[in-house]
Design a protein around this ligand. Structure first.
Ligand SMILES: *[C@@H]1O[C@H](CO)[C@@H](O)[C@H](O)[C@H]1NC(C)=O
Ligand SMILES: *[C@@H]1O[C@H](CO)[C@@H](O)[C@H](O)[C@H]1NC(C)=O
Ligand SMILES: *[C@@H]1O[C@H](CO)[C@@H](O)[C@H](O)[C@H]1NC(C)=O
Ligand SMILES: *[C@@H]1O[C@H](CO)[C@@H](O)[C@H](O)[C@H]1NC(C)=O
Ligand SMILES: *[C@@H]1O[C@H](CO)[C@@H](O)[C@H](O)[C@H]1NC(C)=O
Length: 626
C-alpha cells in the first residue's frame, strides 16, 4: 500500500514569511523552555541580562516564566520528569556547529538543589512584579530573586586567583587594569571587567571541563574533535575530584591559591580534593550529528532542531533542578592548546580589529573581537523536578516525555524563540512504553492579539492577551485541519480497544471543568459567548468561559500523566487551539510498534447501522499502521 501519510505530510505547506533581522542571535534552548535570563517580564526584550547567568545571547530570546500571572498566591505546577525517562532537549545555535567554519563544542549539564541549595526561578511578589532583579550577595535568601549557583560558590570564585595559564589575547591592553596576575577568576578573556551574572563563576562558564569544584553534573558533550572525548570523560567532575585551597584557620573559607603548590607553600591553607559525583562520565558525541550552518537559527542536518535525548538520571529525585546548555565556538586560528604563552598584542595569534596589509596592496580592516573570537553562549531551563519512577512500572518499560515548545506570537514576533510545536514532533515507541505528555507555557508573553496568537484568558492586570495553552486532538492525516471524529479515536484507547473517553477528553480539554454549572465560570457555547460579548467575535474567542479555546484552564501547565497507547500504528495529532493554517502548525506524530490492539475502533461500534463506519475506521487503522 502507498505510504499515504508521507505523501500527505509533503502536502503540508507552511507559508514562508521572510523576515529581516538586525540582531545577533546565538544559542537558544527550546525544549525544555530556555529562559535566556528572562523571568516574569512581559516585554519583547528580557529585563536583565545578568540575572542568573551570562548567556551572551540576544535580549529578545527566551521564554517567559512558566507561571500564570500573579504573586505567590497563584500556584502553577512545576514541570517534572521521571527518573529513567527520556527527555528530548532541543536547541538552535546561530554561528554553525559541526561544520568547518569554527571549532564547536556543546556542553549539556544539570544541577539540583543538593549541590546548589536555594535553587529557584525567583517568585513574583505580585501580579505586576517581574521578579527580574539580580540576586544580592548580601541577601541571597530573598525568594523574589532567582538563584542557581550559591553565594558561597561565587565568593570562592571571586577570592581565587584566575588561572594564569589561560590565553587572554590582547585583552590586558584592550581593557587596562584587568586580567592582572592577581585578578580573580571572575575576570576572563570573555569577561575582563569581572561582571557578575547571578552567582555564576565566569572562569567556570568559559571553560570546560573546569578545574575546581562546581555544582554542575555533566550529561553530554558534543565536539568537533572526537579524539578529545577521552579528555572530557576523564576530566568530568562526574568522575574526577577537583581541588581548592581550604584555609587552615577556617575550613569554610577557600583561599586565593588556585593550585596545590602555591596553596601548600603559602602555609595558610591545604589543598582539598572533592566534588566527584561518582556517576558515569558524560556521553561524548560528534557535532557532525547536529551539524548546522552559519547565520541560521533553525534545523540541523537532521531536518529537526539539534537535539539530545537525555535519560533522566536516578541519582537525584524529588529535588528542583535546572538544565544548562553551552555553545562554545572558536575561530580555528586558536586551537585548544593556545595558552598564556600567546598572550599580549605581540604574541597573540589574534588581536583586536586588525588594520593590516597581510602582504596585500593595501591595508585590510578585519572585525575581530578578541573577547569573542572564542566565545561561549549559554541558555538554561527554568526549574523542574526529577521524580522517582513509579515502582510498579516494569524495568523494560521506557517512559518518553513529550512537551510543547514555542510561545505565543507569529514567526517574526517569537523570533529567536519559535512558534508552538510539540517536542519531539515525531516519536516512535514500543507497545509497552509509556508516554508522559506534559507541558507548560507562560501568562507573561508580550501581548499578541487574536491575529497573531489564539485564545485567552486575558491578563488579569491589563486585559492583554499573553497566555499559552495547548491541547491534543487526533487527526486522520497530518495535513488535515479537521479532527478525527471521536468515535474513531485510535490514539487513546483502552486495552480492550475501546475509545478511552476520559483520556480523549482530558487531552482535548486539558482538565477544564466541563461540568461546572456556575453561571459566571461554566463553559459557554459559541452563541452564548457572542451574546455575552455583544457579537464581538474576537472578544468571544478570548472569553474565559470559552472552553473550546481552552481559556478556562487556570494555568499554562498541563500534565497528561503516564499514558499507554494500546493500538499499533502512526497517530497524528495537533493542538486545535493553536494550529492555524497557514500561520502556525502545531502538529506531531507518534508511532507505536507492535501495539497490543490493532483493530481498536471496531469494538467501539457495536450498532449494526454503524457497520460501514466501523469498516472505514478499520481501514484507517490498517493504513495508519503500515
Ligand atoms: C531543596 O532541598 C532540601 C533538602 O536538602 C529540601 O528540604 C528543600 O525543600 C528543597 N528546595 C526546594 C525548593 O524544593
Ligand atoms: C571553549 O573552547 C576553548 C578553546 O578550545 C576551550 O579552552 C574552553 O574550555 C571551551 N569552553 C567550553 C565551555 O567548552
Ligand atoms: C583533536 O584533538 C587531539 C587530541 O586532543 C589533538 O591532538 C588534535 O590536534 C585535535 N585536532 C584538531 C583538528 O584540533
Ligand atoms: C597599513 O597600516 C599601517 C598602520 O596600521 C601602516 O603602518 C602601513 O603603512 C599601512 N600599509 C599600507 C600598505 O597602507
Ligand atoms: C488565524 O490566523 C489569521 C491570520 O493571522 C487570523 O486572522 C485569524 O484570526 C486566526 N484564527 C483565529 C481563529 O484566531
Amino acid at each position: 500500500m502507498v505510504r499515504v501519510n508521507i505523501v500527505l505530510l509533503g502536502v503540508l505547506v507552511y507559508t514562508c514569511v521572510c523576515f529581516f533581522s538586525f540582531v545577533s542571535c546565538d544559542v537558544y534552548m527550546h525544549s525544555p523552555r530556555g529562559s535566556n535570563n528572562r523571568n516574569c517580564e512581559k516585554n519583547e526584550n528580557r529585563n536583565n541580562a545578568n540575572r542568573l547567568f551570562d548567556s551572551q545571547n540576544n535580549a529578545k530570546g527566551g521564554y517567559a516564566c512558566p507561571r500564570a500571572v500573579g504573586g505567590p498566591e497563584v500556584v502553577t505546577p512545576t514541570m517534572y520528569y521521571y527518573s529513567g525517562s527520556i527527555l528530548t532537549v532541543e536547541w538552535t545555535s546561530q554561528h554553525s556547529c559541526g561544520a568547518t567554519n569554527n571549532d564547536c563544542q556543546i556542553v549539556l549539564q544539570y544541577m539540583c538543589n543538593d549541590t546548589a541549595p536555594g535553587l529557584r526561578d525567583g517568585q513574583p511578589e505580585s501580579a505586576t512584579d517581574a521578579a527580574t532583579t539580580t540576586i544580592d550577595e548580601k541577601d541571597p535568601d530573598n525568594p523574589n530573586r532567582g538563584q542557581h549557583e550559591t553565594v558561597e560558590y561565587y565568593r570562592k570564585c571571586k577570592t581565587r586567583t584566575r588561572n594564569l595559564d589561560l590565553w587572554t589575547a590582547d585583552r590586558r591592553e584592550e581593557n587596562p587594569g584587568t586580567l592582572l596576575q592577581t585578578s580573580p577568576a571572575t575576570q576572563t578573556r570573555q569577561n575582563p571587567n569581572g561582571n557578575r551574572n547571578g552567582f555564576e563563576c565566569p572562569e567556570e562558564r568559559d571553560y570546560y571541563p573546569y578545574w575546581h569544584p562546581t555544582p554542575w553534573r555533566d550529561i553530554a558533550v558534543f565536539t568537533n574533535n572526537i579524539t578529545m572525548c577521552n579528555f572530557y570523560k576523564q576530566n568530568s567532575q562526574n568522575v574526577q575530584n577537583k581541588g581548592e585551597c581550604v584555609s587552615n584557620a577556617d575550613p569554610n573559607v577557600v583561599l586565593k591559591y588556585n593550585n596545590e603548590r602555591s596553596c601548600s607553600s603559602s602555609g595558610e591553607g591545604q589543598w582539598v580534593e572533592r566534588g566527584a559525583f561518582g556517576t558515569p562520565p558524560p556521553e561524548c558525541l560528534s557535532t557532525a550529528s547536529i551539524m548546522s550552518r552559519d547565520n541560521h537559527l533553525g534545523s540541523s542536518i537532521t531536518g529537526q532542531m539539534a537535539s539530545y535525548k537525555w535519560v533522566i538520571p536516578d541519582a537525584i529525585v524529588d529535588r528542583p533542578c535546572v538544565l544548562r546548555l553551552r555553545y562554545n565556538m572558536s575561530s580555528t586560528d586558536i586551537g585548544f592548546s593556545v595558552d598564556s604563552r600567546s598572550n599580549g598584542r605581540v604574541k597573540s595569534p589574534l588581536i583586536q580589529d586588525p588594520f593590516r596589509d597581510f602582504g596585500y596592496a593595501s591595508n585590510l580592516s578585519l572585525a575581530v573581537n578578541t573577547n569573542q573570537a572564542g566565545r561561549t553562549f549559554q541558555d538554561r531551563s527554568y526549574v523542574f523536578f526529577i521524580k522517582k519512577r513509579p515502582s510498579n512500572i516494569k524495568s523494560w518499560v521506557k517512559i518518553h516525555n513529550i512537551g510543547v515548545r514555542g510561545k505565543r506570537g507569529n514567526i517574526v514576533q517569537t523570533f529567536p524563540a519559535v512558534e508552538y510545536d510539540f517536542s519531539p514532533t515525531e516519536l516512535t515507541i514500543d507497545a509497552a512504553d509509556l508516554v508522559h505528555w506534559q507541558w507548560t507555557g507562560s501568562g507573561y508573553n508580550p501581548a499578541r492579539n487574536p491575529n497573531d496568537g489564539e485564545g485567552g484568558p486575558k491578563d488579569p492586570i491589563d486585559a492583554q492577551l499573553r497566555s499559552d495553552r495547548s491541547n491534543i486532538v487526533q487527526l486522520d492525516y497530518p495535513g488535515e485541519l479537521l479532527p478525527r471524529p471521536v468515535q474513531w479515536n485510535t490514539m487513546f484507547v483502552n486495552k480492550n480497544g475501546k475509545v478511552d473517553q476520559d483520556l480523549v477528553t482530558k487531552f482535548a480539554f486539558i482538565d477544564q471543568d466541563l461540568d461546572d454549572k456556575n453561571e459566571t465560570t461554566r463553559c459557554m457555547n459559541w452563541q452564548e459567548l457572542l451574546i455575552k460579548n455583544n457579537n464581538n467575535k474576537n472578544e468571544a474567542e478570548v472569553d474565559v468561559q470559552n472552553c473550546a479555546k481552552l481559556n478556562k484552564a487556570r494555568t499554562p501547565y498541563f500534565d497528561g500523566g503516564l499514558v499507554r497507547l494500546h493500538a499499533t500504528g502512526t497517530f497524528y495529532y495537533y493542538s486545535t487551539r493553536n494550529n492555524n493554517l497557514s500561520n502556525r502548525g502545531q502538529r506531531a506524530s507518534i508511532t507505536v510498534k507492535k501495539g497490543w490492539v490493532s483493530s481498536a475502533p471496531r469494538t467501539t461500534v457495536t450498532n449494526g447501522a454503524q457497520y460501514g463506519m466501523a469498516l472505514l475506521s478499520l481501514l484507517l487503522v490498517i493504513m495508519l499502521s503500515l
